[in-house]
Design a protein around this ligand. Structure first.
Ligand SMILES: [Zn+2]
Length: 301
């Protein structure tokens, strides 16, 4: 059975007309339960981890300011969210969810977080709706505990935006291989260097996207020999997405998820899935595409 991290505070109240689709964190678990993809017992409630599990990855001075409202106006604006203690509680809890997912994936093969994939967070700053980098913290957490026997982590970041924070955090870390496939001309306009970047032209369609993925991921698994995978399954690759500029259909996006998860399963690689972005104007397009990730996982495991 799947293990899914979710808490009511994932759906954080934002000002009216805010451009971030916070509602998806409420609608997606509802949809998965209603349609019977997972039973209620699949869900677990994440908790805030001890600060040490955040400070392996983030600078203490930044984290301190984040927790106490000490960001400058400019730093706060870069995050895209109005600061509040509740917002920080949300971000810390989501990070705790990804950590717990990592522990559970080691037991059962897969665990998924109904949020996270906050790959634009750097060690000492946040941007683009990302304040703390949950997958980076979870990778550092696994590597810091020899009893988990995780020596090499592969991050497969298929959100349409480059995983610049993650790339920067692990620039000097040979035990984490960062792979990002993203819109070449999309945000962030100043890209960081991942271990492998595959920049895509605007309007990349299903066939071109999936061919590239099929030609890359098996080779990466051979070369990198990871013993743990983090998958960032952003659905802002959809043609309907207002920020993505790619041209994937919902079916193409579904095949992408099925392919990545199927490959992890066949290689017996534990995998943690975090949702990442999705900005289609119709919330139903976002929910359906994210739901497909969970449906694929439920069908495979
Ligand atoms: Zn994105």
């Amino acid at each position: 059975m799947l293990s899914i991290a979710w808490a009511p505070l994932y759906a954080h109240p934002l000002p009216d007309n805010h451009r971030f689709p916070m509602l998806k964190y409420e609608l997606l678990p509802e949809q998965l339960l209603r349609e019977g993809t997972v039973p209620e017992s699949a869900f677990f409630m994440p908790v805030a981890p001890p600060a040490t599990d955040i400070l392996r990855t983030h600078e203490a001075e930044y984290y301190q300011r984040l927790c106490t409202g000490g960001l400058t106006r400019q730093e706060e604006r870069a995050t895209g969210f109005p600061w509040s203690t509740q917002l920080i509680e949300r971000e810390v809890t989501i990070l705790g969810g990804t950590l717990e997912c990592a522990r559970r994936a080691l037991q059962s093969g897969i665990a998924l977080n109904i949020a996270g994939g906050t790959h634009h967070a750097f060690r000492n700053r946040g941007e683009g709706f990302c304040l703390l980098n949950d997958q980076a913290a979870a990778a550092d957490y696994l590597l810091a505990h020899p009893e988990f026997n995780v020596r090499k982590v592969l991050i497969v970041d298929l959100d349409v935006h480059q995983g610049n924070g993650t790339a920067s955090i692990f620039q000097q870390e040979p035990c984490v291989f960062t792979f990002s496939m993203h819109g070449a001309r999309n945000y962030p306009h100043r890209k960081e260097q991942s271990d492998l970047d595959l920049p895509l032209p605007d309007n990349t369609d299903d066939a071109a996207y999936l061919t590239l993925l099929h030609n890359t991921l098996p080779r990466l698994l051979d070369e990198v020999q990871p013993d743990f995978v983090f998958y960032l399954s952003g659905v802002d690759v959809l043609a309907t997405d207002k920020l993505g500029h790619l041209a994937l259909s919902r079916e193409g996006c579904r095949q992408r998820d099925e392919y990545v998860l199927g490959l992890c399963h066949r290689h017996k690689l534990p995998v943690v899935v975090c949702m990442g972005g999705g900005y289609s104007p119709r919330i139903a397009d976002i929910i359906e595409a994210h739901a497909n990730t969970f449906r694929a996982a439920a069908a495979i495991w």
